[in-house]
Design a protein around this ligand. Structure first.
Ligand SMILES: [Fe+2]
Ligand SMILES: [Fe+2]
Length: 275
């Protein structure tokens, strides 16, 4: 059975995260045989948003598709990228109706070296509604709406559940496993920047993990300098929360997919230090 191998990396945090992702993408391709690399880039510009330069760097580092979460519009330069069909970058699908930008990225695996014959792979992100800083529409309904509109019968979908609550991310995964088997091949959680140890395949079809973690500095509090966050949380005093620098790692998930049956065969998490 010819497997399609996809690496999905979590939120890139600042410069350390960009460098960690570049290393992780290389390891995913060379050591794990990844044909396609996807990454969430919402914190890549100094910890918040996506810039044009950052986009170019991340693409050159090997990303086939970039996703964004609740920080999607923090940097205005991202909007031009989101509005241009030539750039494979998407924003969450369950924002306001008038929000700019693409709601999914469509990847053609046939154009990737060494990939087996396969239908197109769609990547879409939904924001959770629990404990999230910006309001969004029903993520379950958004998943159903976007998947229903996909024209190709042989298409596969990876859903990124960008959310704070573990329960909500697991619910989105189970919703996809029960409603969209052999269509959704994986549901990967992001946003908390902390990797969870629950990677599994639901209903023999859908690879799922509650959070794949971040590409960023791990001697930190979710990517920010420890002393800055402690100052803020213990005194509520002012001051920037700088991006930390040490122990950069690329965290994500590796998916082995059978494109013929559109099932995830195996999912494992990646936690790759920058040596
Ligand atoms: Fe993030
Ligand atoms: Fe986020």
């Amino acid at each position: 059975m010819a497997e399609l191998v996809v690496a999905f990396f979590g939120d890139i945090v600042g410069g350390p995260g960009r460098r960690a992702f570049a290393h992780g993408a290389q390891v995913a391709r060379e050591r794990h045989g990844a044909h396609i690399v996807i990454v969430n880039a919402e914190n890549s510009r100094h910890g918040s948003g996506l810039s044009r330069d950052g986009y170019d760097l991340i693409r050159r580092a090997g990303a086939d598709a970039l996703t964004l979460g609740d920080h999607c519009f923090r940097e205005k330069q991202a909007i031009a990228l989101l509005n241009d069909a030539a750039h494979p970058v998407s924003r969450p699908a369950n924002l306001a109706q008038g929000a700019p930008g693409k709601r999914f990225v469509r990847i053609d695996p046939a154009q990737r070296e060494g990939a087996p014959p396969s239908g197109p792979l769609y990547v879409l992100t939904v924001l959770g509604r629990l404990f999230m800083p910006i309001p969004s529409d029903d993520p379950f309904a958004a998943v159903d709406r976007e998947i229903s509109a996909i024209p190709e019968a042989n298409a596969m979908v990876i859903v990124e559940a960008h959310a704070e609550a573990s329960s909500e991310k697991q619910a989105i995964a189970w919703h996809c496993a029960q409603r969209w088997p052999k269509r959704v091949v994986a549901v990967v959680g992001t946003h908390t920047h902390v990797q969870t140890a629950d990677a599994r395949v639901l209903e023999q079809c859908v690879g799922a993990v509650t959070d794949i973690g971040m590409c960023g500095p791990h001697r930190s509090i979710i990517g920010r300098e420890v002393h800055d966050v402690l100052r803020f949380m213990t005194t509520q005093g002012p001051g920037a929360l700088e991006v930390a620098t040490e122990d950069a790692r690329a965290c994500g998930a590796l998916l082995r997919i059978d494109p013929a049956s559109r099932r995830c065969l195996h999912i494992e998490t990646l936690n790759i230090p920058v040596s």
